[in-house]
Write a protein that binds this ligand. Sequence first.
Ligand code: GMT
Length: 380
Amino acid sequence: MKIGIVCFPTYGGSGVLATELGKALAVEGHEVHFISYTQPARLDMAFNENLFYHEVSVTNYPLFVYPPYVLSLAGKLIDVVKYEKLDIIHVHYAIPHASAALMAKQILADQGINIPIITTLHGTDISLVGKESLFEPLVSYAINQSNAVTSVSNWLKEETIRHFNIKKEIEVIYNFVDLERFSAKNIEHFKKAIAPDNEFIISHTSNFRKLKRVDNVVNIFAKINAQIPSKLLLVGDGPDRQKTEQQCRDLGIWHDVRFLGKQDAIEEILSVSDLFLMPSETESFGLSALEAMACRVPVISSDAGGLPEVNIHNVTGYCCHMHDIDCMAQLAIDLLSDKEKLEQFKENAYQNALKFDIKKILPDYITLYERVIKESCNAV
Ligand code: GMT
């Protein structure tokens, strides 16, 4: 198949998932065309004959105070579908990708070209920004007009049905992890450098947006650290970074916290971690929690959104109410204090991650593409 993938290129769950999906499809022999405004972060373009990247550049013109990205994207999609002869477009994150793809579809139909669209809902396109009153009808329309729609968790599917006027079936295809990349690696020298006195290592990765509650990551860590010698690794960057650095200074835990910024080798950081914290206010799935679990790291998370579908309470870690930092801190302390239980949870985390192995989930996408292409050809 010739597949177009539209995604946000930045460090964020939907872009990561879309890029890993495209790379895996290319390995399976499919021709994959990424369409985005910058090369996706995980699209390391070591030459692969099946991978292509098409950059969307926005047109600047004095009248355009806000350059119209949606139109540039739609125009690029028309061009790529026509000249690369795509069979299907798969857009990740409804806003504005699904709207742009539908516009391209209509224009192409007018020229006698039939291109089916699959929209994957990822999270805040539904749970936050999509709900805004001006966007709601656009998102409902985009979902209803797509040839197929998937969501990354059951919670997100239900949330979509609850808040939007949906007439389309939404299929749940869980996010996945590449277990060959995300596996526990033995890198003692790194562990020793971070925790020279064998302290526990606790980690968190995110884009430091408010909804990630990095302030609560630090508050939970401070409580743990007061009882159990430990170190906190914070990976990523974003709007709350500066505030978080100040919080660590104010709490006097600065020397036990490392801000690592954006990192590519996340699996190495996870490999030296004993616990992963994710106290998010909303999370449709929690891809980074899954990546931690694949590296045998138990997760202490909130119970927001789809997180309990990934982090099984009292098995792979614990889920507490999102604002209950005492609960998260106490359960972390209990777990770190019980060596046998910690080992069992590490094994459980890994065993649960196996269910989300890319090798198990990829065939679901391929089957979906084949079905949608067939249905769309039959409908013409
Ligand atoms: O909304 C975000 O925080 C970013 C978003 C994205 O699209 O990059 O992440 C969402 O998609 C991820 C991949 O499906 C999920 O693992 C995240 O849970 C989800 N984030 C939220 O729902 C907040």
